[in-house]
Ligand binder design. Structure first.
Ligand code: SF4
Ligand code: MG
Length: 321
């Protein structure tokens, strides 16, 4: 399958400064520290990890909301950093986003029809009636109706608002949608509906997803490929089924133990791991996970583990392999 979007050696370091008038950089927060992956046409890549692992910063770089400190983002083989302004505009239209909070991501003063049409006004050259037809079709595709076009966001529930955000993202027929925790803010009872909707729309629109999530159940259900991130790095990556059946990195195992079916409320997942996530300002030497790892061996605290392929497409970064 065609590789649409590719990240190679992506890093994002934020300076830590001291002093008011003359500020001095005293350190760097390595929010994302050398991340590489590919997103293929029509497929879903999931990035999973605890908050602060760098998954949202990775998403922001792909959306051109943050500039990488280092590394390359290629869209259809082209480096977007070196692209012309026309190419960058086309890229921004081709890579859309749906964010976690459906309450703050929609302008409360705009009617639904204008919210959904806004990306089309910016990116496409459509007549008024073409745009109206498209808004009606999009509302229908996300399970709402053209009746809703004249309403304001406050007249919708959280799940309905997320449907609106999805319609808006789809309006310019993007090739990729970055879904940053798209169901985390919703009631558990609504989550499956929205995930099923996203799956159906992926077929209909042939769109790829980058799904950012901290719930393993969400990535398992939605994704073709899963990357597990810890302190700015991908520690395990593989095809979803292989990764879930043969989870190998101790961090991935810990995440999974936390998400066992003995916890029917998937809300529980995020609470399983013991110990604080260390600060990305001073990440532990060697393997970043070693202070929390139950399998730690001598070299873990001094040597950075290499990335090894343990099954086709399944890679893990740990001294045990
Ligand atoms: Fe644990 Fe060592 Fe593997 Fe890191 S490299 S996950 S500390 S066993
Ligand atoms: Mg986040």
């Amino acid at each position: 399958t065609e590789v649409l979007l590719e990240a190679e050696g992506l890093k994002k370091y934020f300076p830590v400064t001291k002093g008011l008038l003359i500020s001095k950089i005293t350190g760097w927060i390595k929010a994302v520290d050398g991340v590489s992956f590919q997103i293929r046409a029509g497929e879903t890549l999931g990035i999973v990890g605890e908050s602060g692992c760098g998954k949202s910063t990775t998403a922001k770089m792909l959306l051109m909301l943050e500039d990488p400190t280092e590394g390359t983002i290629r869209y259809q083989g082209k480096d977007i950093q070196n692209a012309t302004s026309d190419e960058r505009r086309a890229y921004r239209s081709s890579v859309q986003a749906v964010f976690q909070d459906p309450w703050s991501s929609l302008n409360p003063r705009m009617r639904v029809r204008d919210i959904i049409a806004e990306p089309m006004v910016i990116n496409l050259n459509l007549s008024r009636s073409e745009m109206q037809d498209r808004v009606a079709k999009l509302l229908d595709d996300v399970g709402l109706s053209s009746y809703h076009a004249n309403l304001y966001p406050h007249e919708f529930s959280g799940g309905q608002r997320q449907r609106l955000a999805i319609a808006r993202a789809l309006s310019v027929e993007p090739r990729v949608i970055v879904l940053d925790e798209p169901v985390s803010a919703l009631d558990v009872s609504i989550r499956a509906q929205i995930m099923n909707l996203l799956k159906d729309l992926q077929q209909e629109y042939n769109v790829s997803y980058l799904l950012i999530a901290h719930h393993l159940a969400t990535v398992r259900y939605m994704c073709d490929w899963v990357a597990v991130m810890y302190l700015g790095q991908i520690v395990e990556f593989g095809p979803t089924r292989e990764l879930f059946e043969n989870a190998s990195h101790p961090y991935t195992k810990a995440l999974m133990n936390a998400a066992l079916p003995s916890h029917p409320d998937i809300e529980q997942e995020e609470m399983i791991l013991t110990g604080e996530v260390p600060s990305p300002l001073n990440p532990p030497e060697g393997c970043h996970f070693h202070p929390r790892c139950p399998f730690v061996i001598a070299q873990c605290s001094t040597e950075v583990p290499e990335v090894r392929e343990i099954a086709p497409g399944h890679v893990v970064s740990c001294h045990l392999y």
